[in-house]
Design a protein around this ligand. Structure first.
Ligand SMILES: Cc1ncc(COP(=O)(O)O)c(C=O)c1O
Length: 379
């Protein structure tokens, strides 16, 4: 029998409640029943993003919201700071480049978190910087960046905004947008929101909306001002991914039922257990100092073929884990625990890891990883 499991940091496994809702007959997005769903989603997203402002919903993958956070926030001649500690940090730079925005990179060693002091230094010497772009959770390395501290520094500059790609941060750990003064916060559907790919989200602070007001970069589909007007009427500007909206209402209900604190606690526990298990197997973490609770990036032992290990997960157990990207290719595997995951899901993937490591000749006590995770769960 073939059974498949996703332990990749997006797409993630989906709750049956959400899947069943999305299987219902399609409705029309200009009818009142859809507007009702939209209205409920708006409130649920404000809760999730911890903001009083609207959260825009875009029918695109997460990168669409990232692109919009450049093209709607900046204007010609503006400069940006880009924190580049992995593939997704690099993406901020690529988008800036595509829009002719000059950016100052803060290059961070892969596996390490950004130093907020660097942001402070650059802001003092570069008066034409208007935005600082970062990730909350850099999915390619498994690192959590210090968003609170960065926002704290940026807040002191009236003409600069903090833009945070929290695509694997929202619904995983606490990023209280309004409280911390994050100006643009972004997410995507196929992560902790427990949905298929296809929706991106962007929330803007009052300060960021002022930037959007004057932004003169070219834009058409990802037009935040236009989308805000539609949102306030429980509409999207163009045909939305209707079924995903229907699923979103359900996943937001689940998140609200568990409560944000419960959601964060669960992710913290799953992450802590996974890290403990990996260490008990004699493996090292790729991001030991500031790990994200969304995923665990594990270093492949010296001499072992990392790509083979990833392939074996699928061949033997139907499990998809993510391999390393770019310079981390072959050197790490990434095991995700964001979204619809519970304790025994992690026991399963750790057990599979143990069996594969044994087969590949790694020395350790079989069961050591599972034991460490169980001990963590039992407190
Ligand atoms: C941190 C981060 N940023 C951006 C993206 C890109 O999102 P998408 O592939 O939905 O465009 C991802 C996807 O994995 C991500 O994890």
């Amino acid at each position: 029998m073939e059974k498949k499991y996703l332990f990749s940091p997006g797409p993630t496994m989906l709750p049956p409640e959400v899947l069943l809702k999305m299987a219902e007959p399609i409705m029309h997005h200009r009818e009142p029943d859809f507007e009702e769903i939209f209205a409920e989603i708006r409130e649920g997203l404000k809760y999730l993003f911890q903001t009083k402002n609207e959260v825009l919903i875009l029918t695109s993958s997460g990168t669409g919201a990232m692109e919009g956070a450049v093209s709607n926030i900046l204007s010609t001649g503006d400069k940006a700071i880009v924190i580049r500690g992995g593939k997704f940090g690099e993406r901020w730079g690529e988008i800036c480049k595509a829009y002719g925005i000059q950016f100052i990179p803060i290059d961070v060693e892969w596996g390490k978190a950004a130093d907020p002091g660097k942001v402070r230094e650059i802001l003092q010497s570069e008066p034409s910087v208007r935005a600082v772009y970062t990730q909350a959770s850099e999915t390619s390395t498994g690192v959590k960046h210090p968003v609170k501290e960065i926002a704290e520094i940026v807040k002191k500059h009236e003409n600069v905004v903090t833009v945070v790609d929290a695509i694997t941060g929202i619904g995983v750990f606490d990023i209280p947008m309004d409280l911390w003064g994050v100006d643009v916060l972004i997410s995507g559907s196929q992560k902790a929101l427990m949905l298929p790919p296809g929706l991106a989200f962007a929330a803007l602070s009052d300060k960021a909306w002022k930037f959007a007001e004057r932004s003169n970069l070219p834009k058409y589909y990802f037009n935040f001002k236009k989308e805000l007007k539609s949102t306030k009427k429980n509409q999207s500007s163009y045909t939305p991914a209707i079924s995903l909206f229907v699923g979103l209402r359900e996943s937001l209900r689940m998140i609200q039922k568990e409560g944000l604190e419960g959601v964060f606690r669960r992710h913290e526990m799953l992450a802590a257990a996974t890290r403990a298990a990996v260490k008990a197997l004699g493996l090292d973490l790729y991001a030991p100092d500031s790990p994200s609770d969304a995923l665990t990036a594990v270093k492949i032992p010296e001499g072992m073929d990392g790509e083979r290990l990833k392939d074996l997960f699928f061949e033997k157990f139907g499990i998809t884990v993510a391999e390393g990207q770019d310079r981390a290719k072959g050197k790490i595997i990434r095991i995700a625990h964001l979204g619809y995951y519970e304790r025994l899901d992690m026991i399963m993937v750790i057990s599979a890891l143990e069996m594969l490591l044994k087969e590949m000749g790694h020395h350790f006590q079989l069961g050591a990883g599972v034991k460490a995770a169980e001990e963590m769960f039992m407190g």
